[in-house]
Ligand binder design. Structure first.
Ligand SMILES: Nc1ncnc2c1ncn2[C@@H]1O[C@H](COP(=O)(O)OP(=O)(O)OP(=O)(O)O)[C@@H](O)[C@H]1O
Length: 332
């Protein structure tokens, strides 16, 4: 059953044309000249209960704008967002929607800056009218998976970025929402804290079957959490489907980087293996090929028989490289 439905959703921002200088700034205030930016250009998708969807795209693709419309911060220019059949930006439906939704914006906190985390959680419990037993059960779970105890009584402004992000995630979940929007929840985190966040998100999903939409520039987050991805490009959906299909389409590419002594004839390698890509000079060679078509053992044997290897590195085509190529070529 789909809990999120996006229909022909568009958002156009209108910005006044800015004029230079102090006098220009003053004139801008009363200007009637505007430019427009179509941030989201008529997109459609549905998300089923319990899915985790990676919502990715280059900077400025329109991801945050979509999330803001999905949680009612922005009103669409046309089209609609339905969260459990309700439109979050309509005053009458907003309250109902917010009961079902939690949101984390990695770039800014939604907590009270001067209050200790625990007090913010108590206030949120009041706002959302969470029963004492539900609150306690939830809080115990979150304390455990997000390691909140070490900073529970500190004012939010004194928290490190990693602690603040965990605090924000806890706050977004205290009312047990069925849907969670995570907008860059791991931005700026070191590897250890990032792994902790990812593990916590996975545990939350497993325990409560929460439907999650995740935007991120970190492809490891996507690989770790999502089966489905939506790729947005300049306000349009470029791809919506399984992560595995993207990987398959771009092939199981292997890259071999090697340093060697001796004479290697690049043309000889190319003639021996059809559709292999080879480049290099001065004892360095980069080779890439589709591992479904060419046996890596045969490539290595061929090279070892002709040169002394000094160093070798073998890499799979990462999701990072695949996605970069999709963004650059603007096609899937
Ligand atoms: N309030 C606004 N007023 C005017 N233009 C805006 C506003 N908010 C966003 N935009 C523009 O809309 C486009 C999409 O922005 P959005 O923040 O949705 O992108 P994004 O995909 O989340 O990017 P990033 O990965 O950099 O966060 C950008 O060109 C941005 O400058």
């Amino acid at each position: 059953m789909s809990v999120i439905e996006i229909r022909d959703l568009k958002k156009t921002f209108k910005k006044p044309v800015r004029e230079q200088g102090i006098w220009g700034m003053f004139k801008t205030l009363f200007s009637t000249k505007y430019t427009t930016k179509d941030a989201v250009k008529g997109i459609n998708f549905k998300v089923n209960e319990g899915e985790i969807v990676g919502y990715i795209g280059a900077n400025g693709a329109g991801k945050s704008t979509t999330i803001k419309m999905m949680c009612g911060i922005l009103t669409p220019s046309s089209g609609e967002v339905l969260i459990n059949g309700k439109q979050p930006y309509k005053a009458k439906e907003r309250k109902e929607v917010l009961k079902d939704v939690g949101v984390v914006f990695g770039q800014r906190t939604q907590l009270w800056w001067d209050l200790p985390l625990i007090e913010s959680l108590v206030i949120l419990r009041e706002i959302y009218k969470v029963s004492k037993s539900d609150y306690e059960e939830r809080l115990n779970f979150l304390r455990e998976v997000l390691d909140l105890d070490e900073f529970m009584n500190q004012p939010v402004r004194t928290l490190s970025l990693g602690q603040r992000m965990r605090a924000d995630l806890a706050a977004s979940l205290i009312h047990n929402p069925k849907i969670l929007f995570l907008d860059e929840p791991t931005i700026g985190l070191d590897v250890l804290v990032k792994d902790k966040m990812i593990k916590a998100i996975r545990q939350i999903h497993q325990t409560y079957h929460t439907t999650i939409i995740l935007t991120t520039h970190n492809m490891d987050d996507i690989t770790d959490l999502c089966h489905r991805v939506i790729i947005l490009d300049e306000g349009n959906i470029l791809y919506d489907g399984p992560l595995s299909t993207i990987k398959k389409k771009f092939g199981d590419v292997r890259n071999i980087y090697l340093t060697y002594r001796g004479n290697l004839d690049i043309e000889e390698i190319k003639n021996k293996f059809e559709s292999i890509h080879v480049e290099g000079n001065d004892g360095n060679l980069n080779i890439s090929f589709d591992a479904d078509k060419i046996d890596i053992n045969k490539v290595l044997k061929f090279i070892i028989e002709r040169a002394d290897l000094i160093d070798i590195k073998i890499q799979e085509n990462s999701l990072e490289t695949i996605v970069r190529s999709i963004y650059e070529n603007k096609k899937y």
